[in-house]
Structure formats: C-alpha cells, structure tokens
Design a protein around this ligand. Structure first.
Ligand code: ADP
Ligand code: MG
Length: 539
C-alpha cells in the first residue's frame, strides 16, 4: 500500500505545466518571504554588493505524502518529549555522568561544561529555562511492514525553519486549491491531491494540514518574557527579547517570521544581535550595584536607549565554528551568568547531544531512564516514546570488556553498512555513513572513539519522488527521502536542591518536512542538502 502511494505520486507534468508551476512558486516565495539570502556559491560577492539580494528558499513543487497515523503519533509524543528534555536538563548529576567521558576528548563540550561549572560556582540568578524544540523523524519501512516512525534526533538549540515551513504549507495549499480545490490550475488530477475522480482506496486531506509553528514558537517566547517579570534594573528599563544570530546568517527570513509575529500578536519587541557583537552591546551591572545581574542591551544604532533582556533566543553558538572569534566563549559565559532566560541554557544544549539520545535508548530491564525522568507517565506512554527509538550504541568499551557491541558493529564492514556514525555536533554535514565507518575509525586514535555514537540506519520508503526548485533556480526531479520535524516548547522552573522541573508551559504545534535527493545522506536545508516541503496526509 505505502509503496503504491509513493510510486504513483506526484502526477507527471507536461513542460507547460511544469513551467507554470515553477513560475508560480518563484513568485509566491518572493511575495510571501519564503526566502533566503543566497550563498556566494549561488551569487558571487561581486554580483551582490552589500548582500542586498534574496532568493527563494529551496522548496518542493508538491507536498509529500505522509501516513496520517504516523504524523499524529509524532504530534502526540511531543509534549512528553518536551518534558523529558526539561527533566534531563534539570538533573545536572545525571548529565555529568554522561558528559564525563566526552569532555575528556571533546573541547567543545568541555568548554560548555566549564561555563556551567563556573556559573554554578558564582550562583545562577535565573531559575527559569526555555526550550524551543524540534523532534525529527523518518519513516522506517522494513519489508512487508507498515511504515513506523523513528526518531533521527531531538534538537534543543537553534531548532530552525518553523517560520519558513509554515509558509511552505500555505504555498502548497494555495497550489492545491487555486482557483478551486476541484480544479486547481497548478496541479494535474491525482487522488492524493483531492482533485481527481479516482478516489479509489486512498483517503487523503488533499492539501497540507495547517502549520502552527509560528504562533507556537512565539507563544513560548512570550510566556518566558511574561514569566521573567518586571525589569530588575534599579531605574526600571523597557524589556525586550534578544535573537542571538550568526554573523553571516542567510536564513534571516525564517527568524523574522517569529520576531514579526512576536511584536504583532504579543507586542513584545525583539532585536537581532550577531554573536560577535554580544559583548560590545550587552552588559551586566557589577555585583555591588545590582546582584540580580540583568542583561542590558544598548542597540548600536541607538546608543542612548537601553533595554533589559528577558529572553536570549540562540540561533547561533550551537557549533564550534560559531566560536571562532576571540570573544565567543566569553560571550557565552556572559549570557549564561545573566538573569535573562536562556533558550537554551548550557545544560539544555548539552541535554540534546547525540550521546544523551543514545543513552536514552537503553531499555528495561537494563536501565529505565525514561521511567526515572517521567515518573508520572504511564508505561504505555513511555513505550510509545521508546517505539520511536532506532537502535543506538556507545563506542566506549564498558564493563571491563575490550570491545563494546557498538565497536564490533562499527568495525565489521557488513554490519557497518547498516549504520551511521555521529559525533556530538549539530547543523548537518558531520556524520559518517556505512562503508566509510571502519576506515574512519581506524584512522583516528582509539581513545577518540567514545566521542561518537553508532546508530542503525532508518530505511524510508524507496519509491518516493518529488521535484524541487533550488535557490539557484534549478529544477531537480527524482527519488527523494523526507524527514519530519515536530515543534514543541517548554518553559520550566528549577528549585535548588531538586532535580525535578516545575513545568509552566508545555506545547506542541507546527511541523517541518525536509525532502532531499535519495543519493544524499545528509538532511540539512541550510547546509544545502534538502528542500522545504509540506505534507499530504493519507490513511
Ligand atoms: P545534525 O545534528 O547534523 O542535524 P542528524 O542526526 O540530524 O544530525 O543527522 C543528519 C542527517 O543524517 C539527518 O537529517 C538524516 O538525513 C541523516 N541521518 C541521521 N541519522 C540517520 C539514521 N539513523 N538513518 C538514516 N539517516 C540518518
Ligand atoms: Mg538533524
């Protein structure tokens, strides 16, 4: 059934139909801000003085089919996942046992841990934390079985594309329903698109479900802003949210969709500040003058105005290349010790590491981390979360054995062929796949192996196809693989001496579908591998 759905979709296009569809997408994207700043690989610096140009984000021409039951399962698990990661980030001791061996071999994680230690010693002045999460899945379709939902990873920092993904769903809905749903001008008849007489056995929604990522994500920023309370400065200052961005950010419009909505619907001002300017334009009063350490932002273009920052939303500083200026680590430390609510705190960022995700897959009776982090949830709910785990392995030799099962699977060519090796990094382009795993491991010192985890490959439907309009205007058609992300948010409070968070706000809402050529292992849109997509749900 699933294969039939994918093999006969999308409907084929005549050259005239494709031209109309591409032209409509080209215009719609620019008209509605479904855009990115082009990389220099697409437009040279000389042809783009002052970086004034923008182009369409890479998008698929059609929404991709996705089983309704799996989509609903992913949505139904999100609030449990939110709570799970809030609980992990609240249990410093547990995290320390996980991080200990990584810190020995990974400077990036070691520096983050040092910042946490140093702020802890001084004393944290903010007991609230905000998580804006995205749980990523692929469909796993082993032979003769119905598709099952498997988690690729859980993101706790800079979970992007909520803004643009909402627009893609709108664009595909427009294409599927203009001028009428029965006779859309852009899409030829097809049962999945709800515009064909052949309604045979497939039940579908005909157009993508509404995508609530923008209101969901901004509502969590607004909740954190409210929870911060009034200005802590001696002479009360107006408050704001700070979007911490990369110096050379190209995915600007995704972020602006959130800040614009935040102001329009919540009347909360927000400002964008590149990470390299953080120390120059924010300050914390001395301990003597104000021990509550408010973070004060002075906009460079308005030096006479000052704002107190309630929430710092990190869209930067998640990867080692973000820390290449001499002040980056000092800036991270500066933010961590301030009274602003961090989205995320250092501990929450570390909670999202691949290592934690591997450790969580341990099943009872061996260990039951899920039960200890989520004691109030039923076994059925916990089993629902476990059902989304693909097998994952540690690469450190444990319990006195010379080799762990992970090392054995990774070094044997035959078993490596069904695995991916992941370092503790975010942002795409870091993994090592299949046959490359054994030679890679053999090329580095054995003591370094423990910084990786090994994960069994998820096998998505093989017959899926789609066409994408790339940011350079090229149209590419072929076999594709899709990855679903579900957005969720959580605001919580930690009280000293307790490892249990007090949850104040816990929501699910909005999704991202990224679709890539089948030949590509990696999945990132910003890294240039994938296109933004949306869903046609089928039963
Ligand atoms: P990153 O933090 O770099 O995004 P991910 O774990 O998401 O790390 O891996 C990057 C990409 O690699 C994913 O988007 C997906 O396309 C692919 N990938 C990761 N894990 C698996 C897996 N178990 N099976 C198949 N593909 C995977
Ligand atoms: Mg990813």
């Amino acid at each position: 059934m699933a294969d039939k759905i994918y093999s006969q979709y999308p409907p084929s296009l005549s050259p005239e139909q494709e031209e109309y569809l591409v032209q409509t997408v080209k215009n719609w994207t620019i008209e509605h801000g479904l855009c990115v700043r082009p990389s220099t690989a697409i437009v040279s610096e000389g042809a783009n003085p002052n970086n004034v140009l923008a182009t369409n984000a890479p998008v698929t021409l059609f929404p991709s089919p996705f089983p309704k039951s799996c989509f609903e399962q992913a949505r139904s698990l999100q609030q449990v996942y939110n709570e799970l990661y809030a609980a992990i980030a609240s249990d410093e001791q547990w995290l320390e046992t996980i991080m200990k061996e990584l810190i020995e071999v990974d400077d990036f994680l070691a520096n983050l841990w040092k910042i946490h230690q140093s702020v802890k010693e001084e004393g944290y002045v903010q007991d609230l934390s905000l998580g804006m999460f995205r749980s990523d899945y692929m469909l796993h379709t082993p032979a003769d079985s119905p598709p099952a939902l498997k988690q690729v990873e859980f993101n706790t920092i800079s979970s992007s594309f909520g803004g643009l993904a909402s627009l893609v769903a709108e664009m595909h809905t427009h294409l599927a329903t203009f001028p009428t749903p029965e006779h859309p001008a852009a899409y030829p008849p097809h049962p999945l698109l709800g515009n064909s007489n052949d309604t045979s056995s497939i039940k579908s929604t005909g157009h993508p479900p509404h995508n609530a990522a923008i209101p969901t994500l901004t509502a969590s920023l607004a909740a954190a802003h409210e929870a911060y309370g009034p200005s802590k400065s001696q002479a009360q200052l107006p408050t704001c949210i700070l979007f911490l961005v990369q110096d050379t950010e190209r995915n600007v419009f995704d972020q602006l969709a959130l800040s614009t909505h935040l102001y329009k619907h919540h009347k909360i001002p927000s400002f964008r500040l590149p990470a390299s300017k953080m120390l120059a334009y924010t300050s914390i009063p001395s301990k003597e003058s104000n021990p509550s350490r408010p973070l004060i932002y002075t906009p460079p273009y308005s030096p006479s105005s000052q704002y107190e920052v309630t929430v710092v939303y990190f869209r930067a500083l998640y990867t080692p290349t973000d820390y290449e200026t001499p002040t980056s680590w000092a800036a991270r430390h500066h933010l961590e010790r301030s009274a602003a609510i961090k989205c995320p705190s250092v501990l929450l960022q570390l909670s999202g590491s691949k290592k934690v995700q591997q450790v969580l897959t341990a099943r009872p009776p061996d260990t039951d981390h899920l039960k200890s982090f989520l004691p109030h949830h039923s076994e059925e709910t916990l089993e629902g979360v476990r059902s989304t785990f693909a097998p994952q392995y540690s690469l450190s030799a444990t319990n006195g054995a010379d080799e762990s099962e992970g090392i054995r699977l990774a070094l044997d060519e035959k078993t490596a062929a069904n695995h991916v090796l992941k370092p503790q990094r975010e942002g795409g382009g870091n993994n090592i796949y299949r046959a490359n795993i054994p030679p890679f491991l053999n090329s580095i010192p054995k003591e370094q192996w423990k910084q990786y985890i090994l994960m069994e490959l998820i096998h998505p439907p093989t017959e899926a196809k789609n066409t994408a309009l790339r940011s350079d205007g090229q149209v590419a058609s072929g076999d594709v693989i899709s990855e679903l992300g579900i957005f969720g948010t959580c605001l919580w409070k930690n009280s000293s001496g307790s490892t249990k968070p007090e949850i104040l706000h816990n929501t699910e809402g909005g999704y991202l579908l990224r679709t890539k050529g089948k030949e590509s292992d990696e999945g990132g849109v910003a890294a240039g591998f994938s296109s933004l997509d949306s869903l046609i749900l089928y039963e």
